[in-house]
Structures are given as C-alpha cells and as structure tokens.
Design a protein around this ligand. Structure first.
Ligand code: AMP
Length: 316
C-alpha cells in the first residue's frame, strides 16, 4: 500500500568532520521518500522554489516517487544548514533555517492523495502537518509523525495537537525530553503515549533505537560503521524504511514492528555513509538486504534454556 508524506524538500549546507557540502539535495521528505520507495509507493506533498533543479526532481521520480504533489513556486527553496561536532559527530548545531517558499505553502491534496492508507508527517511546520491530516480521508491505517526542536520550541501547542492525532511518534532523545518534560526515556515515552500515539520510537544515533509499544520495549542496535560522513537525514531514512516495510507487508504484528525497526536502522545506516542522498540513492537492493541479514547476528546470543541458569559463583 502507498504512503503519503508531507515534509521538507530542501537544499542543505552541511559541515561535518569529513568536510563541507553546500546547497546539496536534502529535506525530511526527500530522505524519507528515497528510503521508503525501495519498498512501497510513496507520494510526496511539498513545495520547492524556482531555484530547484529539475535533476533533483528526477532523482525522486527515477525511484518511482509520485511527485505530483510537489508544487513549484516563485521564490527560493527551503534551506537548512548545520554543523556536526568534530569530537562527537552525533552532536549537531543548526546554523540557519530559511523556510522560504514553505512560509506561504498551503497544500491541497489530490483525491488519490486523500485516500492514502499510510501517512507520514515528516519534519515540517505542524500547521502544514495538520492541514494535510485534515484532508486525508478518515481512518488511515497508520499515521506517523516526526518533528524537531525548531518546531517543539517555535510551535509547541500546534505540535501537541498533531501529536494527539497520530499512531506513531518518531523522536530523538533531546526532543522527547523536551516534549515530555521527563529525562528518563522510559518515563518520557510513557508520558508521550498518554498524549496520543500508541507507539513511540526513540532514535539514539549510534546507540540504536528504542521502540515502545503497549507495555513493551524493543531495542535495535545501530549498525556499527567505521565511516560516518554526514548524519543528516538518518532519522528520515529510518522512518522511510520503517513505514515502507509496514505499508509493503501490511504486517502490523509485534514481529512486523520489530522488523520495520531493524529495516529503518539499516536505511539510516546507509544515509550517513555519504553527504546528501548520494549513498541512499545509489545503494543496491542486494546491499540493503545483506545488511538487514547481518543485523540479526549483531545482538543474537544463545538464550538460557529452561534447565540452565547463569554461572553463579558458589556461596554468593
Ligand atoms: P534529520 O537529520 O533526520 O533531522 O533531517 C535533516 C533534514 O531535515 C535536512 O535535510 C533538512 O533540510 C531538514 N530540516 C532541517 N530543519 C528543518 C525544519 N525546521 N523543518 C523541516 N525540515 C527541516
């Protein structure tokens, strides 16, 4: 089944310990679409300016992404710039955010977009996320949301309205602490679940991902990489793999969500291996599948049998 995504399609300027890339293709909806479209049909709703290069639309369409909801307007495309720590590449500082054509964007969904069974509200103004959601036909199978400190701080009450309406919330550690007011991640996830979503996914960069669903938690490690070039878009690529798996298989069982989480981690791990979308775009399906297979070995160990116990030292 198909996934409708609303989010940013952008030009990013990024500085990482590996170097600098200026005005490269980025945006939350872009990373999500390139990741998710490996597994299912993705329709993107966003706006770009008249500076947006047609070769960048071609990157999306060549992977079968439906860009009929990608509006082009006079003006400049969304621009974001960020810098990652030299000591710790997982720390990021936003240097600049220019909404540009997004400031005036008011999406009108086409009939086939309204019927989308899966919806991903990628990181963008919560006002737009609400506008899209209000046009989608009632009761989609799954609605998921991602956001960022920029909106948690700038449009907090609107964002809380969106949080109320979604099934899944993707967040990082800092964001969930800010949203919930709790430092401990288990308590923070519990608090956020009381706000609306039944599933909370906490992305922890190189420390992996935690999925909270019902009373249970599932932990997936991050794929150990020796060469992290640019972490931008890892979260959106994660969401693309996660939603792509669920929409493609329709498997919403606990084991389906676990597989979706691992596939998300696999897609995120490819996104960070290059600047912009280079690696995510070029990676072969065979490489994706091989990494997915090797993931299960990462944390597999022999469980204790019923008659077995730990090798306790005598007299303790
Ligand atoms: P991530 O690294 O997963 O947080 O995603 C980074 C992507 O989100 C970049 O490609 C940016 O263009 C985009 N982005 C950054 N800030 C914002 C924002 N405030 N709203 C929407 N998209 C943003």
């Amino acid at each position: 089944m198909s996934v409708l995504v609303v989010g940013s399609v952008a030009y990013d300027t990024v500085i990482t310990p590996a170097g600098k890339r200026e005005d490269a293709l980025g945006g939350s909806a872009t990373y999500f679409s390139l990741s998710g479209s490996r597994f299912t049909a993705i329709s993107v709703v966003a706006v770009v300016g008249d500076d947006f290069q047609s070769e960048h639309v071609d990157i999306l369409t060549s992977q079968g992404v439906d860009t009929s909801g990608l509006e082009s307007r006079r003006g400049k495309s969304f621009r974001w710039s960020g810098e990652y720590g030299t000591e710790d590449v997982s720390t990021r500082q936003t240097l600049d955010t220019q909404l540009n054509v997004f400031a005036e964007f008011s999406p009108k969904l086409a009939p086939h977009h309204r019927r989308a069974p899966y919806v991903f509200l990628a990181n963008i103004d919560p006002e737009l996320q609400l506008e899209v959601l209000s046009q989608v036909e009632p009761s989609p199978i799954l609605v998921a949301l991602d956001s960022m400190n920029f909106w948690i701080e700038g449009k907090n009450s609107l964002l809380r309205e969106v949080v109320k309406k979604v099934d899944v919330l993707f967040t990082d550690e800092g964001e969930i602490r800010e949203l919930s007011g709790e430092v401990n991640l288990v308590r923070a996830a519990k608090r956020v679940k009381q706000m609306g979503p039944s599933i909370v996914i906490v992305k922890r960069g190189e420390h992996g991902v935690l999925l909270f669903k019902g009373g249970e938690a599932f932990a997936a490690p991050a794929f150990p990489l020796g060469n992290v070039v640019d972490p931008t878009g890892a979260g959106d690529a994660f969401a693309g793999g996660f939603m792509g798996y669920l929409a493609s298989t329709g498997d919403l069982s606990p084991s389906g969500f676990r597989r979706a989480t691992v596939l998300g981690s696999v897609m995120g791990s490819f996104a960070v291996e290059s600047f912009s979308v280079d690696r995510l775009y070029a990676v072969s399906n065979e490489d994706i599948e091989a990494r997915f297979r090797s993931f299960s070995k990462l944390s597999q160990f022999k469980a204790l049998t019923i008659n077995e116990s730990l090798p306790w030292r005598a007299n303790t």
